[in-house]
Design a protein around this ligand. Structure first.
Ligand code: NDP
Length: 435
């Protein structure tokens, strides 16, 4: 705790994993004896840097940039970049730690990493975003590479930002290294299906989880928090499975539409106009907007809740309200959106609970598919990528539930994901010796 002082999110993530690993460590004392548990908690490398840039009024702004290269036991570091004012070392470390196990769960050869900046993209002009991204990459470029560390998007980083960063990397490195970033545009090495992957993957996971219990998404009422990349495509896929999403949100409030959220309107507001979710009621006057962040959305009765905004957006009380109102399924599109107490409420109440590491792994899995296409200098069709994504999500569900059952923790997918993700990395670390 002293070594990672003032990093509550990091402590929370580590605590959850270590608690789940108790039965594994009893069976495999060598993981402790060989220092694997201690090593896996410690990032391999942490980079912190200055990001100076000039805003539209000619004023110099200085932000802080981060890249945490967490674990490369099973492949090059891989994980997104987050641009949000709340970003500091503890957030990036918790995300990198989680990413290591998530990437392992995909079964693909990718290690764990994460990065970002306390830069706030909200209200910035296109020029300001470009200047910031160029300055950020001017330092980051020396630490990444297609076989070293491959960043992608996360909160506040989408195709526009990846494009500006790729352009700057290409210029400085004097190399067309398509695989150095993922989430790229389709004209320069991006993969069809990447934009949709996290949201679609989440719903494929929910479908598997429900099918195993003789349930289905069809006819169910669903809440999706957030209205960004993950949320939009979760809403779309839920609709395709016959469910109805009645609410989405942002950090200012939420929209309730009893007729079901119109996904085309959502895309128009968020992807084209880059506006706030409040605008939704201008297109659909019968919908209602409720101001306030962020628990309000969880008071709406639902069958399925999909938190897709940010960490710790469901606390113990939110969880109790969801359960009381009949919620039977929760799956995490965001990273660590449910706090430890909230998770316990869901598990104790018999709610089917899909933890982030497993349920939102579709995005990074498809990023790894983008890397494969870049290495082959080929592009797969949307259908090919989507079919692979679906297979990967089905396998993650199977491996997660199998690991839980193997350790007598049937239906506890939190433990199952932590165990299955850990064992693959731990075995690779064991093989590599003390490095
Ligand atoms: P976006 O930036 O596209 O969207 C984020 C959404 O969450 C916005 O609606 C935003 O609202 C809301 N939000 C962000 N921070 C807060 C906050 N502090 N309080 C309330 N609402 C907030 O990000 P993504 O959709 O890409 O990411 C969402 C989550 O999914 C994150 O936890 C991310 O780590 C995780 N994730 C993303 C993947 C991806 O492929 N994109 C892959 C795996 C996980 P506002 O505009 O008001 O800030």
């Amino acid at each position: 705790v002293k070594r990672n002082a003032c990093e509550p999110e990091f402590h929370q993530a580590v605590k959850e994993v270590l608690e789940s690993l108790e039965p594994v460590l009893e069976k495999h004392p060598e993981y402790i004896a060989m220092g694997i548990v201690e090593s896996i908690i410690e990032p391999e490398r942490q980079i912190v840097f200055r990001v100076p840039w000039v805003d539209d009024s000619g004023q110099v702004q200085v932000n802080r940039g981060f890249r945490v290269q967490y674990n490369s036991a099973i492949g090059p570091y891989k994980g997104g970049l987050r641009f949000h004012p709340s970003v500091y070392q503890g957030i990036i470390k918790f995300l990198g730690f989680e990413q290591t196990f998530k990437n392992s769960l995909t079964g693909l050869p990718i290690g764990g990493g994460k990065g970002g900046s306390d830069f706030d993209p909200k209200g910035k002009s296109d020029m300001e975003i470009m200047h910031f991204c160029q300055s950020f990459m001017t330092e980051l470029y020396r630490h990444i590479g297609q076989d070293v560390d491959v960043p992608a998007g996360d909160i506040g980083v989408g195709a526009r930002e990846i494009g500006y960063m790729f352009g700057q990397y290409k210029r400085i490195a004097n190399a067309y290294e398509a695989g150095v970033l993922t989430g790229k545009g389709l004209t320069y090495g991006g993969s069809l299906g990447r934009k949709q992957a996290t949201g679609y993957g989440l719903v494929y996971f929910v479908n598997e989880m429900m099918k195993a219990k003789g349930m289905s998404i069809e006819g169910k009422t669903v809440l999706v928090s957030g209205s960004g990349n993950v949320a939009i495509y979760a809403v779309e896929k839920i609709g395709e499975y016959g469910g109805k999403v009645v609410a989405v949100s942002d950090s200012n409030g939420y929209v309730y539409d009893a007729n079901g959220i119109n996904v085309e309107t959502l895309k128009q507001i968020k992807e084209v106009e880059r506006k706030r979710i409040y605008e939704y009621i201008k297109y659909h006057p019968s919908a209602k907007y409720y101001e306030g962040c962020c628990s309000g959305i969880w008071t709406i009765p639902c069958d399925i809740a999909l938190p897709c905004a940010t960490q710790n957006e469901i606390n113990e009380e939110d969880a109790r309200i969801l359960v009381k109102n009949g919620c039977k399924v929760v799956a995490e599109g965001a990273n660590m959106p449910t706090n430890l107490e909230g998770t316990k409420v869901f598990l104790d109440s018999g709610v089917l609970f899909g933890p982030a590491k497993a349920a939102n792994a579709g995005g990074v899995a498809t990023s790894a598919l983008e890397m494969s296409q870049n290495s082959m200098r080929l592009s797969w069709t949307f259908e090919e990528v989507d079919a692979k994504l679906k297979d990967i999500m089905i396998n993650i569900y199977k491996n997660t539930s199998k690991a839980a059952a193997e350790y007598g923790l049937k239906d506890n997918l939190v433990a199952g994901a932590n165990i299955a993700g850990f064992v693959r990395v731990a075995e690779a670390m064991k093989a590599h010796g003390v490095v």
